[in-house]
Design a binder for this molecule. Structure first.
Ligand code: ZN
Length: 151
């Protein structure tokens, strides 16, 4: 199977203790544009997206101490968590990467805050947690019953 280059870095995610406190750096000092803040009760996190060019910075704040993100914060402190690449067909990418022998955390696309997503295990990615997101208009959007953003 051929490799289709990702369209862009969709976002990079940082684990933070407090989104409100982190906005002082990312929005006020560095000037990124705050797009949205939302609660993701199913993941027990609160997230913010800040736009920078064609990409975003995602701030992830655990809302209780039971999740992997909360354990990450407890053991490593605030900092870089994952990078997300935009692909045109997520299911095909996962199939191809699985055949290549990469360890997939999600073997199929699932609903993410910004579209269909899947994570690749850091063990297969040089220690980096990699997320893939499907570009609006891709086949997983309708398969998961998701509506592409209107903007
Ligand atoms: Zn992400």
């Amino acid at each position: 199977m051929s490799v289709l280059p990702p369209g862009r870095i969709h976002h990079m995610a940082l684990v933070v203790r407090s989104i409100d406190a982190s906005l002082v750096l990312w929005r006020d000092f560095l000037g990124l544009r705050l797009e949205t803040i939302m609660d993701i009760p199913s993941d027990r996190v609160r997230i913010a997206f800040l736009g920078v060019g064609e990409s975003k910075v995602e701030l992830v704040e655990p809302t209780d101490d039971t999740t992997g993100v909360a354990r990450f914060l407890a053991s490593k402190g605030e900092g870089f968590h994952h990078v997300c690449l935009e692909v045109s067909n997520l299911s095909e990418e996962l199939t191809r990467l699985g055949i290549e022998g990469l360890e997939l955390i999600d073997s199929a696309p699932r609903r993410g805050a910004e579209g269909p997503v899947a994570f690749l295990h850091p063990r297969s990615c040089g220690g980096v947690l990699v997320e893939l997101i499907e570009a609006p208009g891709g086949p997983s959007w309708s398969a998961l019953g998701m509506k592409p953003p209107t903007s």
